[in-house]
Design a protein around this ligand. Sequence first.
Ligand code: FAD
Length: 340
Amino acid sequence: MNELPSKVDVAIIGGGFAGMSTAWALARAGVRDTIVLERENELGRYASGRSAGLGRQLAEDNETTLLTVRGAEHLRTLPGVWSPTGGILSFDDASNAEAYSVRATRFGVQADLGDNQLVVARWPHLADMRVQRALWVPGDGVIDVGALMRTYSEGMRISLGTAVERVEAGAGVQLVTTRGTIVARVVVDAAGAWAGEKTGGDPLTSFKRHVFILDAEAEAKGPWLWHLGATEMYVRSDSEGILASPCDAAPSQPGHQAPDLVGEAHLRRVLDAADSNLAGRPITRRWACQRAFTENRKMRLGRDGSRPWLVWAAGLGGHGATASPAVGETVAADVIKALS
Ligand SMILES: Cc1cc2nc3c(=O)[nH]c(=O)nc-3n(C[C@H](O)[C@H](O)[C@H](O)COP(=O)(O)OP(=O)(O)OC[C@H]3O[C@@H](n4cnc5c(N)ncnc54)[C@H](O)[C@@H]3O)c2cc1C
């Protein structure tokens, strides 16, 4: 996009899944005078483009699960976005498995409770891991994050290389950007780990997570495995090998994405602890990025309490890819209220 418009109904700060799904949901609801302002020269430069693509419906709490279940429902309908692999959640604590099973029933998600045979059958590389109980969730899947971003961005008005520097509320809200000033009726703060920086509001806390591709083979299109034990980790099959994350969460500054040796050592330790033959496999690719959380770990979605022109789409944490269609819908509904 060359020229910035001088006025819009809705200005969205941030071109990650939060901002793009909001623009997409607004367009579906007939609100088209929107613009996404993205500081980088591409969409999804941070968490959204670095996501591991696990479409996991059962999250840690009910509020998030409501969004991930609804999000997955949408994702399954988007051409080229969802692979229906199913997922396995494994536990070293049987009561935690029970809690997830109860949550599955509450949200109508099919989840079959079993034991470590579920892991042995599909992930023999992790057959010796200490697993008390496991859940087979046939409706889980894998998200093609590039295809999802393309779906969200098709036909949207997006200004790349446009950093919002200040937001000034007056008769209309002025967004002062590196490419000029825009007046908007409603502003959506979807700035990821930077949410609140330009609009005010409690800052989020960012934790760096690594993802690795190991030179190893797994059942193509087979289910991913997410171990929710003392040493959390996940693995899934990938066209390049096995994708693995040690689920590390080192506090770090937004934007510090360089993979480091601490993350790699964490992966080796977790795989060693699981007595896995994957521990010695070569790493062929690695990346890292922040997951950004609010203080209570619940997503910050919807209208600001004191500024009627501001709507939040922030704090998507570790489930933002899966939840994003539902995040977009929720935020868009509040934007429409703010416009009326
Ligand atoms: C390593 C990793 C693995 C993950 N794996 C999964 C997974 O398997 N499944 C899952 O569901 N979720 C996963 N997630 C979580 C998911 O990726 C995030 O929750 C989601 O991408 C967050 O989206 P966002 O739009 O809030 O943030 P971002 O993608 O970070 O987008 C925010 C955007 O705002 C822009 N911005 C910031 N400030 C300004 C400004 N002043 N002006 C203009 N633009 C600005 C930034 O440049 C950025 O592009 C993972 C996350 C990480 C880091």
